[in-house]
Design a protein around this ligand. Structure first.
Ligand code: ADP
Ligand code: MG
Length: 556
């Protein structure tokens, strides 16, 4: 059910839209109409299903902003939850003028709280202990309360708040609405409900049977620090038209997005901290192909409705089994093919096994692709295009050139074909210096930074010369140097982030093969690889280093 199909007022609809909610969660769809009618309710749904808004929305709609007295009281088991719930309710009340929402909890200066309360607060979210405290001091006037909510009621009972809760409920007016929300419904909760509620409606949303989409699912055992490199390789290997990458936190989303952009991918991120306008922009870019990798948190991804996502990557293993199903359900829609790829670190393998058991699905282990694997795939892709061209005929003028060249240069057609293949795959196929994965313990390989060097093939310089110069001048071990991409007039070289300054400093006033060397960060000053390679996105061959250069430059 959509929010705008309900009896909600415009300010609430606006707030909900700004929060990025599109559809009600099942518990919201079931509970909101009941609470709006003024009935008591027992709401049961798992954690993370949006119970806060399920009571917060109707509760706000029933508050009279012109009346400054306390009208709604929410009890939460912990201070963190009280703060969190107050934040969510404040967001929901953002466009309702004259509504004050205040969390009160132990550990906070009580005189400050009293001062805030004096200003007139209609909605209070508090822990039972602190609410009791205020009741005793008569700084909370309970007689005007119209709605009381017990949030996470099971937790509150587990924490021994039963007596406090009963005392608080006893102080409230008889004529009131009592909402009880809980993830579980043990006997004591039912007793509490029977004693303190009237004709309560029981609304339960139990865990659904999950249907796992029929897509190929793989996992890769990786080290935490290798995740960015592994993801890059998987992206290169599968070269999906549209990919969704899931992270467990907003911070990780931001970090991964910059890492991917630095590596030259068309990537952007989506998470709860972004304004609706920013989300819309990112989504639009994803839809129309301006970006092909979208990094998101689970919550942010809920609103995404894009059909042709070819691959889903679980950069972090999902915290919840159900999330796994939601995530991979983003691909393989409408009968299209799709794959999912999960990175697993150490003991997370047990979580993965849980997921397989719970979802009754098979996730296959795969080795992390090597640079060679990626090149093989890229070559195969090129070859299939070659096949198409041959089938299409009309190569006459080309064959003439080749024949002529065979005679002149005294070489075979096979040699020419191999050279052309190498050319069209880009230089990276043979000049990637190491495997990029640091499988050993010890020095952590931080994100690598690409540096631009003003010498290239025409200067008679080879990759080894550049490695030698950097290692020799800066003292940084040569094997820490990552991919080297050499063009006619310049070269790109990757070094670990922590060595960048040292390397740049050391490479001042250095000559390679008699040429003065100038080095700088590749993404500054508009140096673009596109200058030499002349590759466009439409001709993308899956090589990460050729992908998306121009655009990520533009962003900076
Ligand atoms: P619960 O109390 O059931 O554990 P929460 O109320 O804390 O769940 O909600 C979990 C997350 O889901 C929050 O980040 C919340 O903002 C978000 N959320 C709630 N309702 C919706 C919705 N209808 N659409 C999208 N996200 C929602
Ligand atoms: Mg909750």
């Amino acid at each position: 059910m959509r929010f705008d199909e309900t009896e909600l007022t415009a300010p609430i609809l606006r707030a909900v839209a700004e929060m990025g909610f599109e559809e009600m969660t099942p518990i919201q769809a079931a509970a909101i109409p009941v609470v709006l009618e003024g009935k008591d309710i027992i709401g049961q749904a798992q954690t993370g299903t949006g119970k806060t808004a399920a009571f917060g929305i109707p509760l706000l709609q029933r508050v009279n902003p012109k009346d400054r007295s306390l009208q709604a009281l929410v009890l939460c088991p912990t201070r963190e939850l009280a703060i969190q719930v107050a934040e969510e309710i404040r967001k929901l009340a953002k466009f309702m003028h004259g509504i004050k929402v205040l969390p009160i909890y132990g550990g906070q200066d009580i005189t400050k709280q009293i001062r805030s309360l004096k200003g007139g607060v209609q909605v209070i979210i508090g822990t039972p202990g602190r609410v009791m405290d205020h009741m005793r001091r008569h700084t909370l006037k309970m007689e005007t309360v119209k709605t009381v909510t017990l949030d996470e009621a099971d937790e509150m009972l587990n924490m021994g708040f039963r007596e406090d809760i009963e005392l608080i409920l006893g102080e409230l007016p008889e004529e009131r609405q009592t909402l009880l929300f809980s993830a579980t419904m043990p006997q004591p909760i039912m007793e509490l409900a029977a004693t303190y509620q009237k004709d309560a409606e029981l609304v339960r949303v139990v865990k659904r049977e999950l249907t796992v989409p029929k897509i190929e699912q793989y996992y890769y055992e990786v080290r935490q620090k290798n995740k960015p490199e592994v993801l890059s390789r998987l992206l290169d290997m599968y070269d999906p038209k549209r990919a969704l990458v899931f992270c467990n936190t907003k911070k990780l989303v931001d970090e991964l997005v910059s890492d991917l952009q630095l590596r030259g991918y068309f990537a952007d991120g989506l998470h709860g901290d972004l304004k609706q306008q920013q989300r819309d922009r990112v989504m639009e870019a994803f839809r129309n192909g301006k970006i092909d990798i979208l990094v998101a948190t689970d919550v942010a991804a809920r609103g995404i409705d894009v059909d042709d996502v070819e691959a889903v990557f679980n950069y972090d293993i999902p915290q919840d089994d159900e999330y796994y199903v939601h995530r991979i359900g983003r691909t393989g829609r409408a009968g299209r093919v799709g794959t999912s790829h999960t990175l697993v670190v150490g003991r997370e393998i047990y979580k993965l096994k849980d997921i397989m058991r719970y979802c009754k699905t098979k996730i296959h282990m795969r080795p992390v692709p090597s640079v060679n694997d990626i090149n093989t795939i890229r070559a195969e892709k090129l070859m299939s295009r070659v096949d198409e061209l041959i089938a299409g005929g009309e190569l006459r003028s080309m064959t003439e050139i080749i024949e002529k060249h065979m005679e002149e240069a005294d070489c075979t057609a096979l040699e020419i074909a191999a050279a052309l293949l190498k050319l069209s795959m880009g230089e990276s196929s043979e000049t990637i210096m190491d495997e990029g994965l640091d499988m050993s313990e010890g020095e952590g390989k931080a994100a690598r930074v690409r540096l631009f060097v003003n010498v290239g093939k025409k200067d008679n310089v080879r990759p080894g010369d550049i490695v030698g110069a950097i290692a020799g001048e800066s003292g940084m071990p040569g094997q820490l140097i990552g991919a080297i991409k050499m063009y006619d007039n310049y070269t790109f070289v990757e070094v670990p982030g922590e060595y960048v300054d040292e390397v740049l400093q050391a490479m001042k006033n250095v000559k390679i093969k008699g040429r003065d060397v100038h080095m700088e960060r590749a993404n500054k000053g508009g140096k673009s690889e596109d200058r030499g390679s002349g590759r466009s996105k439409s001709g993308k061959s899956g090589g990460r280093s050729t992908k998306g250069r121009g655009k990520s430059e533009g962003k900076r």
